[in-house]
Design a protein around this ligand. Sequence first.
Ligand code: PAF
Length: 275
Amino acid sequence: MQARADDLRRDGVVIALVPTMGFLHDGHLALLREGRARCDELVLSIFVNPTQFGEGEDLDRYPRDEAGDLDKAQRCGVDTVFAPDAGSMYEPGYQTYVSVRHLSEPLCGARRPGHFDGVASVVTKLLNICKPQVAVFGEKDYQQLAVIRRMVIDLSIDVEVVRYPIVREPDGLALSSRNRYLSDSERASATCLFQGLEAARNLAHTGERDAAKLVTACREVIEREPEARIDYVELRDATTLETVDRLEPGAQVVLALAVFFSDTRLIDNARLSTK
Ligand code: PAF
């Protein structure tokens, strides 16, 4: 892959990378279309990265569909699929990790120790291997995107990070490979994530500035669903991910949440603003 990327770059070809863990859904396909519009050579990486899964998480049962992914990739105009195995990404003796310290600590980082070190490390490797000028990431994994953007700046990595808005089902549920774990009734209840975010957003538009009240408005909607178990709902600065007490006019803040349905943990987020 590195040799291929070198050849392409020598010929002046612009490479875009869409890093994924496979089991592609319409959200991934939107990232691919965005990448396609920005490059000559579209590279899709498919790698279920073991170092970003904690003990007891769903590494072993993470959904895979290689044939389906290749078919979708072809239909989205992907030129190259990079699908390494774990052994070649992490050779015996592997010991180097990238840690984006403060951004990795709160929210999902607090519940999934080491997760963002795994993400930052594998993304660094994927960028070094595929050598794209452009890399596209979805905003559903908001903290992941914040970590990667910081990492790219801090390590002077020569790539443009493109963020793509959350793609949702018609009823508002954010697309995620993990949605397939939901039972029918959990799937129906899971719309409460989006509804909770909307409740907070609407309250913000009526002039409410108090972070605690905005968070409560969101939590109340989710708590009405007996199958939903809130992991966190928090209002944070959109760039630093530091806590905010008030939604000040012009401030960039994000309401981020994680909610369990049985063992399935879904995340979602929305930017809030005063109108
Ligand atoms: O968002 C994902 O699918 C993964 O975290 C990523 C960025 C491909 C790294 O393994």
